[in-house]
Design a protein around this ligand. Sequence first.
Ligand code: AMP
Length: 282
Amino acid sequence: MIIYKRIADIQKRLMDAGAQGLSTGFVPTMGALHSGHISLIAKAKKDTDIVVCSIFVNPMQFNDPEDFEKYPVTIDADIYLLEKAGCTILFLPAVEEIYPEGLKKNVQFKVGFIETILDGKYRPGHFQGVCQVVHRLLEIITPRKIYLGQKDFQQCMVIKKMAAIYFPLLEIIICPTVREISGLAMSSRNKRLTATQKQQASEIFKTLLFIKKHIRPGFLNNLLQTALQNLQAKGFRVDYIAIANAHNLQLLDTWDGKEKTVALIAAFLDEVRLIDNMMISE
Ligand code: AMP
């Protein structure tokens, strides 16, 4: 694996690869890698000739400065995991390389309704920050395919909307959520949890399973209320528990028994904010 920190250097390498007719698969990350990230690398490796992983903790997408400061950084371990997974190129830019004009919020990406709900509502500006960095990285790397995790369901939808406008030829591959044996969705933020908290955090997955098992056509309020009380009783501070149309993320308070739905949760355990989701009816 070759590590590039400068845009000019990675672009030269990718242009050479393009000239040889090689296809590029791209996996953007913020580092502190785990098996979830590695599953995306593995999928990209199957599909494309050159796999580029980026590690960049994007200051523009953190609405909470403390979350940014405490975001885990494990670069040596990350490099080891990427080498082992057969990643071709690691792009490891500094903030100034990505934002040479400083941290400006001068571009508005028109992703519409999708950024006004759920994480968009609880983390103002977050998805604009995501769009900004993914747009910039896609311009630099110009991959044929990008690999994203279903773990960040709403983020996948936002990136799809942004890409449809600016990168219509890009293929977007959504990969399934990789979980701990307990069911806890793997996440870099889990590194901030103690062993006991990690066990406790699997209640989020259990709550999603509970919703999947108990959903019935009709009003959803009682089910969501019970799920909320369960999580609160287990010590979580819940931002949201919601059931939404899986195609457009319209929030549902009734279900017709046919619509394809997804349940989504965001909740704090101590100061650590965790998110997860599950397809409920497919
Ligand atoms: P992050 O480093 O958290 O920004 O994540 C980088 C990419 O990895 C995103 O597309 C995430 O959705 C994906 N990802 C994170 N956790 C998981 C997981 N447990 N399973 C599958 N993909 C994941």
